[in-house]
Ligand binder design. Structure first.
Ligand SMILES: Nc1ncnc2c1ncn2[C@@H]1O[C@H](COP(=O)(O)OP(=O)(O)OP(=O)(O)O)[C@@H](O)[C@H]1O
Ligand SMILES: [Mg+2]
Length: 362
């Protein structure tokens, strides 16, 4: 087991900065997801770690070894791209044995390793089947088997579940997580699917435009996004945002959002310490918005119910307030489109972003 350390890792293609001064340490035995929208530099980062792409600048350490100049085959990493079986007529055994044969390992060693891996993945009974006779799920396992049979120090996965339908995807995700927990091999897993990242990762590194935005546990990312981008990217439906101006009135700090005002005097010191800006964006998760038919102590403003998206026990209510459409994810309640409701949220659920720097202040 080893850690992987990236220092100021940078890759440019002509004028495109694919990866920009990435500082990141993946701990020994950790499952780290690289998450971000298309084109943010995830694959390029992974390819540099694998040795398939040369960094323009910066260092890559695997364990304590600087590997920048080490060829891919000497890095002891296994890269898995999208899962698929390459040779449909080849037997499962030979598919899994393939990487070991390439390494010219003795036959007994190959036999033993393949059988162990098959046992681990629960595919012992299909070892002599040609791959074309397997289910999609079994095919996934062969790809996994191929990755783990060489016992690399680090796994690198690049969106391996993309080609699968939703059900198989969910099941394979769980298999993958179980496997990693058992093997405790340092894993870097690239995805643009936040659900995948949230369910798999010990920590998630969120990237945007080649830069690392935040690296944290799923829970911390969800509760304390460091900036506007992370706040909007993590969470489904995404966070509700409302522009506001901070005004000081009789010694009190109040956020004036036009449609309501919100007293934040208790955060006065924090706000003053972090910024002298007056323009902010309020952020609240849809699941933290509360709705009521009559005004309560918690109510901030009235809103019109627009479209309702039923989700079984819960529902997403689209609310029209001034120029905004806010989403509230609430327990199922009798509401109809066009109805008026009051909404509010608790103070501990409020996040405040500096409009200029986009940093989260509280
Ligand atoms: N070989 C290349 N030549 C030129 N530009 C490249 C090359 N590889 C990547 N890029 C560019 O670098 C940026 C990062 O690409 P990368 O493939 O790392 O993104 P990604 O996060 O993996 O995206 P996706 O989610 O779509 O797979 C993009 O703007 C891409 O067009
Ligand atoms: Mg990619």
């Amino acid at each position: 087991m080893v850690s992987v350390r990236l220092e100021k890792l940078t890759k440019t293609f002509g004028k495109t900065i694919a990866v920009n001064e990435l500082d990141l340490t993946i701990k020994d035995g950790e499952f780290l997801c690289l998450l971000g929208p298309s084109g943010c530099g995830k694959t390029t980062t992974l390819r540099m770690i694998a040795g398939l792409e040369t960094p323009t600048k910066g260092e890559i350490y695997i364990g304590d070894v600087l590997v920048n100049d080490l060829p891919s085959k000497d890095r002891d990493v296994a890269m898995v791209f999208q899962f698929y079986a390459i040779y449909p007529e080849m037997k499962v055994f030979d598919q899994i044995a393939f990487p070991l044969k390439m390494l010219k390992k003795p036959k007994e060693e190959i036999d033993k390793a393949v059988k162990e891996v098959a046992e681990l993945l629960g595919i012992t009974d299909v070892l002599n089947f040609p791959v074309e006779r397997l289910t999609m799920e079994q095919k996934q396992k062969i790809e996994l088997g191929r990755a783990i049979v060489t016992q690399p120090k680090v796994y690198l996965f690049d969106e391996p579940l993309t080609n699968l339908d939703t059900k198989v995807r969910a099941r394979t995700r769980i298999e993958l997580k179980k496997l990693q927990q058992r093997l405790k091999t340092t894993t870097i897993y690239v995805t643009h699917d936040q659900l995948e990242a949230l369910t798999l990762a010990d920590r998630i590194a969120v990237m945007h435009l080649g830069r690392l935005q935040q690296c944290d546990t799923p829970d911390m990312l969800y509760r304390y996004p460091k900036n506007f981008f992370v706040a909007g990217f993590i969470g489904s439906p995404p966070m509700d945002f409302i522009d506001c101006t901070l005004v000081e009135k009789d010694g009190r700090f109040v956020l004036d959002a036009g449609i309501f005002s919100y007293d934040v005097t208790e955060f006065k010191e924090d706000i003053e310490k972090l910024t002298n800006s007056r323009e902010f964006v309020i952020g609240v998760r849809p699941e933290f918005l509360t709705l009521s038919l009559t005004k309560t102590a918690n109510s901030l403003a009235e809103a019109y119910v627009d479209i309702i998206e039923p989700l079984g026990a819960r529902m997403i209510v689209n609310l029209k307030v001034g120029n905004y459409t806010l989403k509230a994810n609430v327990r199922k309640m009798p509401l109809t489109s066009g109805e008026k409701v009051w909404f509010g949220f608790d103070k501990d659920k409020l996040r405040l972003f500096d409009k200029k720097t986009e940093h989260c202040i509280i």
